[in-house]
Design a protein around this ligand. Sequence first.
Ligand code: SF4
Length: 276
Amino acid sequence: MIAAAIERERLARAEQHYEACSLCEHRCGVNRRAAELGPCKAGCTARVFRHRVELGEEVELIPSHLFYLSGCDLRCCFCIAEINAFNPAIGTELTSSFLQEAIAWGRSRGAKNIQWVGGEPTIHLPAILRAMAGCEDLPSVVWKSDFYGTPAAFALLEGIVDIYVADFKFGNNVCAKRLAKVDRYVEVISRNLKLAAGQGDLIVRHLLLPGHFDCCYRPIVDHLSAMMPDVKFSIRGGYRPRWLAAHYAEMAEPLEPQVADAAAELAISKGLNVVD
Ligand code: SF4
């Protein structure tokens, strides 16, 4: 992609959120330029706490060059990024020169795309757009997100993102509130899946959580089979208890291997397009 596609008007629109932020559905409206902090605690600087070329993603994405940004709008007790996800002050400042150099490094290792991950990239959308706008020639862009952004955030990504990877984490609002401290989760993610599907390629990913097959996984399968049966559905079975997971009884142990088999069987029986 030519970075010039990230035009001045789009950058200006994105950076308005620094004065009254509604990039995510917390819609807290804080003035980030004045150091006011919303639930994500992000200011105006995005920081990369890790970047590397990975092979563990869905087959169509790899080798993928992942940029991990610190800070998040969710508070998942089982987050594998742990403190990095919740402290946006960690990492190296994301600038065009940093990104340009990193992209060259990733290309030399065979990466076929760059992938924005977190924490959560949406909370840093203005800084990401500005960094990409200053790069000569961008690889294709993958946006891996919790999908808790607002329609305004998705509008800023339209035409920029080639592939969305949506983390559909919870199948009901009670589990979302208990484990990730967010409201209206199912309504928000349902709306955003439709928005993303209208903008480009979409992979819906679900990390199977121990003890959440009937309350979360099954409703997600039902939801997708009713709403977007052809969407690529990626079932991840690698749950390990990390971060604060031990505080929640059912989350304290790894996932039993047979759960992943049962999950794949159910998705296929409902006609979903399960991808590796
Ligand atoms: S991204 Fe952060 S500052 Fe913006 S609305 Fe969400 S929580 Fe508030």
